[in-house]
Design a binder for this molecule. Structure first.
Ligand code: 2AM
Length: 455
């Protein structure tokens, strides 16, 4: 099995080079971008069209843009602009199905067939790992988008919903004049009444598939390093009831394949302030934008394995989680190792051997000489990426475990209980009791992500 300090380390270093080069290339002052990014086009100043580092990142990731809007609202203009920006983007629309030899021939009886055509086109594009896929349909309600949400989940794509910003997007009369398919004003009015606000399960920063694999590898490598310490191994053995090291490395399992750092849990709108959060200017402006996440530690407990994230000031504006420390911890304890769900688990060997075509990892590890034993505290300190949970444990527990150790850190900092501290070549490992361990690495780990929703 590879290690971050062995084979995987090499892999990360190789990626470092790629990323350094990629970053240099996307610097506007040094190199002419593939497409000149401009804000002059009206109503098209979406971050994924105008922000050079976002454009650069999306070009080498896997993204499905789902457009939403009534006929005449400007969806297809956005689709064209996406196609211009991202050469080779696959556009899927029902309109294509109804366009025969350049002529639009709508047949309401064939609507279902048109949508099936769209779904199949998108599915094939996902299987080919195309970088950018655009669903250019009205998507007035949530249900027609469900197929694409599931497709994105299964094939490790990030979803970005896009609504035109044209001032007439909600004006039936104007839309009836603007739209190219002679849709009448009363029909548009009806559609407007059916319009559904779609909120995600959560907003957050999402890693692409290659970076998700890479960060899991890095986490595994650190865990493997910790297991070399007899005190850690003994404790891990006792809470996991496992003897074999390779089984211990598989103790935490991950649901889904893409990693993320939750910014705001919305429960699709059920959380009372979800809509308020969604309407915040900072959130609207950040949606679909690329951010660097800084991983500053790993928290290892009998329930969870998490990467701790230090948010920068820009990211902090998007933080919609709890203010500070945990007020309650779920009392559930892990069920001892049972049969793993093979479908959901990402095998380490699988990760090492399988490269994701078209999808570039951005993760870099830089030397960090100044190790902080309190890397995050206060607002936003709960930010984390769940790397895995023990069987029967919900991912939400990772954040609670992190808050718990932050309290322990504060106590030890104030001169309270003494904490067992182990220094090893890769950083500092501390035991806060009750099998709560924190690893403070001597590497600064940076990884790119896109701020969007999980739908
Ligand atoms: P995570 O961010 O700690 O991984 C779906 O449940 C996702 O939403 C999980 O990844 C989960 O945890 C995150 N999440 C954040 N807050 C949550 C909450 N209060 N309840 C459930 N899940 C939550």
């Amino acid at each position: 099995m590879g290690l971050i300090f062995g084979k995987a380390q090499d892999e990360v270093q190789v990626k470092n080079k790629t990323i350094e080069t990629a970053t240099e290339q996307c610097h506007p002052a040094t190199v002419e971008p593939e497409k000149k990014v401009t804000t002059s086009k009206q109503y098209l100043n979406f971050t994924f069209l105008i922000d050079p580092s976002t454009v650069d990142y999306i070009r080498t990731s896997k993204t499905i843009f789902i457009l939403r809007g009534l006929a005449g609202s400007g969806k297809s203009t956005i689709a064209k602009e996406i196609e211009e920006t991202y050469k080779g983007a696959v556009i899927c629309s029902a309109d294509q199905f109804f366009t025969v030899r350049g002529r639009y021939m709508f047949n309401p009886k064939k609507l279902r067939e048109a949508h099936e055509y769209c779904q199949e086109k998108a599915r094939r594009a996902c299987i080919r790992n195309e970088n950018v896929i655009v669903i250019d349909n009205t998507n007035v309600q949530k249900w027609p988008m469900e197929y694409y949400f599931l497709l994105a989940f299964k094939t490790c794509y990030t979803v970005v919903l896009v609504e035109p910003q044209t001032p007439w997007k909600d004006d039936p009369l104007f839309l009836s004049i603007k739209n190219q398919h002679n849709v009448r004003e009363d029909t548009i009015q009806k559609k407007l009444e059916q319009w559904e606000t779609v909120l995600p399960l959560y907003f957050g920063w999402f890693l692409n598939e290659s970076d998700s694999r890479m960060l899991l590898l890095v986490g595994q490598a650190y865990l493997e390093e910790c297991l070399k310490l007899p005190e850690f191994e003994e404790d891990f053995q006792s809470f996991s009831s496992l003897e074999d090291k390779s089984e211990m490395l598989e103790y935490y399992t991950k649901r889904g394949k893409l990693l993320h750092c939750t910014a705001k849990f919305c429960k699709c709108g059920e959380v009372p302030d979800a809509l308020e959060y969604t309407s915040k200017r900072d959130v609207l402006e950040a949606y679909g934008k690329c951010y660097d996440l800084n991983v500053v530690g790993f928290v290892i407990t009998p329930r969870t394995f998490g990467a701790r994230v230090k948010l920068n000031s820009e990211e902090m504006k998007l933080w919609g989680g709890e203010l500070s420390s945990a007020t309650s911890s779920p009392q559930n304890s892990p069920r001892m190792k049972q049969k793993r769900n093979a479908d959901l688990y990402i095998d380490v060997r699988d990760r090492e051997s399988k490269h994701v075509p078209n999808c570039q990892a951005s993760l870099i590890c830089l030397p960090e000489t100044d190790i902080s034993l309190q890397p995050t505290k206060g607002f936003g300190s709960k930010a984390h990426i769940t790397l895995g949970c023990a069987d029967g444990i919900q991912p939400v527990t990772t954040g609670l475990d992190l808050l718990d150790v932050i309290d322990c850190e504060a106590l030890s900092h104030e001169g309270g209980e003494s904490v067992k501290t182990f220094t090893f070549s890769r950083g500092i490992l501390r035991n806060y009791g009750q099998s709560r361990w924190v690893l403070y690495p001597n590497q600064k780990i940076l990884v790119k992500s896109v701020f969007t929703g999980n739908y």
